[in-house]
Design a protein around this ligand. Structure first.
Ligand code: PLP
Length: 421
């Protein structure tokens, strides 16, 4: 839990709420080890500090202890639905009607009609047979591979897949192959090697969050067909806005009928509250309800969270105007930044990494952007490869053209000051 320095001093001073330090040699040894490790992280320059926000999530923020007027370019709030009035109203209504939470896992006493309705809506949105909810997409990824694959099977994973896919694959007993990032020759070689196994599953992020690049799903699906494999995609950075109707990468690339399994999140474009899901063939979803450990052994999604996601999906199924507005703003940012002389990684995706190379440059430029009221984050090794430091900018449908232009102007000013242009 975050505490202000004053609160920590007050706690150290004693009193009823003062923290109790465990005594004994083992506790002292552990404390020393932890402090050394923390010092190493600080020394390596990879310490992640958290800014405290004192307002709702949105294009304009107020930071705790600071003024307002910060333009926010680092949330996954792609469609601006996190603080949409109808989404909030739906959450309040669900809270009032269905309570704060279920105090139960789904299969004991934790399934309400709204959970079933949302699962049905997700399946309809993706044009799949069924869907299953999780507390997060991290959980959906942690649960699927172990439930589906055995030592007779194989999983082939892009080397830059999200940490939760990597962890989910670690938990399963299938034979593991890692192919080079979006490298179809390497995937084909690995698929040939994996012919000896009963079943092959190719697993990839639909859109990769650090580079804003999109998996070559058409080619992946062709290879999958050639080598009799299934395709799994993680659509956390695609659901709701990629493709003509925002269905995701599979819609964008015309392979909705070729991708077998989709995992995605409710915690980004779809209202931003929390939650994740798997959608795909009904027997798979039925099996996950029986076998998937994060589903079986974790509390049901709170009604307010279900209400948010359900309303977000309604809004998206009514019209694709929000997604189109985000695409237009993404285009505005990308073209103006490129004209200013910056290199923006990826193509047509609202994740717009401004490539800088040097870690320190990314960090000081991000700090200087905040001094100018633009909230962006610098990423460096080990989050991205060495020498590929960048500032990641994320565009939202609720940014105004003026917000975008202010961001480009600030980048230009700060880039010139620090020699990046
Ligand atoms: N997969 C990808 C590609 C992500 O970017 C994230 C979130 O950062 C997750 C999975 C986890 O999603 P959630 O926040 O719902 O656990």
């Amino acid at each position: 839990m975050w505490r202000s320095a004053a609160a920590v001093r007050a706690l150290r001073g004693g009193g009823a709420g003062a923290p109790r330090a465990a005594s004994g040699a083992a506790a002292a040894q552990l404390r020393q080890r932890l402090e050394n490790e923390l010092e190493d992280i600080r020394g390596a320059g990879t310490w992640k500090s958290e800014r405290v926000i004192a307002s709702r999530q949105g294009p304009h923020l107020r930071l705790a202890g600071g003024g307002g007027g910060i333009i926010n370019f680092c949330a996954n709030n792609y469609l601006g639905l996190s603080s949409h009035p109808e989404v909030i109203r739906a959450a309040v209504e669900a809270l009032e009607k269905f309570g704060a939470g279920l105090s139960s896992v789904r299969f004991i006493c934790g399934t309400q009609s709204i959970h079933k309705d949302l699962e049905e809506k997700i399946a309809r949105f993706h044009q799949r047979e069924d869907a299953i909810l999780y507390a997060s997409c991290f959980d959906a990824n942690a649960g699927i591979f172990e439930a589906l694959l055995t030592p007779e099977d194989a999983v082939l994973s892009d080397e830059l897949n999200h940490a939760s896919i990597i962890d989910g694959i670690r938990l399963c007993k299938a034979n593991k192959y890692r192919y080079k990032h979006m490298d179809m020759q390497d995937l084909e070689a690995k698929l040939q090697e994996a012919q000896k196994h009963r079943l092959r599953l190719v697993a990839t992020d639909g859109a990769f969050s650090m580079d804003g690049d999109i998996a070559p799903l058409r080619e992946i699906c062709q290879l999958a067909q050639k080598y009799d494999a299934l395709v799994f995609i993680d659509e956390c950075h695609a659901t709701g806005f990629l493709g003509p109707n925002g269905r995701g990468t599979d819609e964008l690339l015309g392979v909705m009928d070729k991708v077998t399994i989709i995992n995605s999140t409710l915690g980004k474009a779809l209202g931003g509250a929390a939650g994740g899901y798997t959608t795909g063939p009904k027997p798979l979803i039925d099996l996950l309800r029986q076998r998937s450990r994060p589903y079986l052994f974790s509390n049901s999604l709170p009604p307010a969270v279900v209400g948010c996601a359900s309303k977000a999906l309604d809004l998206l199924m009514e019209s694709n105007a929000i997604a189109q507005s985000m695409a237009a703003k993404t285009q505005r940012f990308r073209s103006k930044m490129t004209a200013a002389g910056f290199t923006i990684s990826g193509k047509d995706h609202p994740i717009c990494p401004v490539m800088l190379g040097d870690a320190r440059l990314a960090s000081v430029m991000a700090e200087d952007m905040l001094n100018r009221g633009i909230y962006v984050i610098g990423f460096s090794y080990p989050v991205v490869p060495k020498g590929k430091a960048r500032i990641r900018v994320q565009i939202s449908a609720v940014h105004s053209d003026e917000d975008i232009d202010r961001c480009v102007d600030a980048f230009t000013e700060v880039g010139r000051k620090h020699g990046a242009l």
